[in-house]
Write a protein that binds this ligand. Sequence first.
Ligand SMILES: [Zn+2]
Length: 321
Amino acid sequence: MTGMVDLLVRMSDSLETIKTDNQPINGQCDKKEVPDIGQERVSCDLIEMLTENSGISMCDSGGAYGRHWQRNRLIKDWDDRPSVTLSAMEYTNHAGYKSFDIDIRIDLYQALNELLKIDEDTFKLRERFNNFAHSDEEKNNYWHETIENFVNEINDKTFYEEPFWHNTYEDENNELSQIIQFFSFEYEGDYYAFIEIHGGADIRGGYSDPYLFKVHYEDLILCGNVGRDDGDFIFKCPECGVQWIEKDYGTLYLEKEYDEAKSKIKSFESEQLTLEGEHINQGDVVSEIHKRVQVAKDIEIKENDTPYHKGCKEPLIYGYY
Ligand SMILES: [Zn+2]
């Protein structure tokens, strides 16, 4: 019985995949027209990975056209898009004051396009890998096995660090618009990575085929890393320069009011201390701050959940305090 259900699911999966594969693919380059070496090739490969049909499963939650690779096929110009976007949701928390949940999204295509290289050495390694992957010993293996075997085979014994797999899904502060996994290795003193882009809805599957690039793994991890350490994160209006300081994730203070707020908190704390037998309750202090300082003043959310400074036309940007 289970076998029959499996078979039906698989049949339905392949039918769905065929259906959506008939969509025209915007923004893709003509592979044959692009040189094998150089930045144009990097962009071309990335778009191919981002629009690759990484499969549809009847059981995943993507819905029709809900997966990254499907939405990516609608993009016409990959370079003419913002490299970082913010999306905000306003809510009222349990204590009754206004907060914002602001998400940062770093465009994967643009972030990788700046980091990845394909030079003469990379091209040679790509050719070698291509032959290796299609050899009789490897052609029936999974990509991951083939990649590991390949790196083992070319091992020049000068590794400072052992080759390893990494998935950005594991990085707490990663805000890349899509998840990637990669296998990093050293070869003749340079760092390379086989990169796969996640295009599906279920993290366990739905990755593009691996592509080899010259890149340092630290850059790959850091390019999507947005450290949101308490107190040093800001949102800024690029038009007039007004800034909000984020405290306690989602609680934004106008910078010019924040110092004032801090002194008000201090005096509130000392007031409390003078009350005999009382001890300071941190919750009381926080709610007092919100009574005394207007939170997230003058932020307005417009189309596509984009946050703006009231009256200004450029969307907010983020930075560090
Ligand atoms: Zn402004």
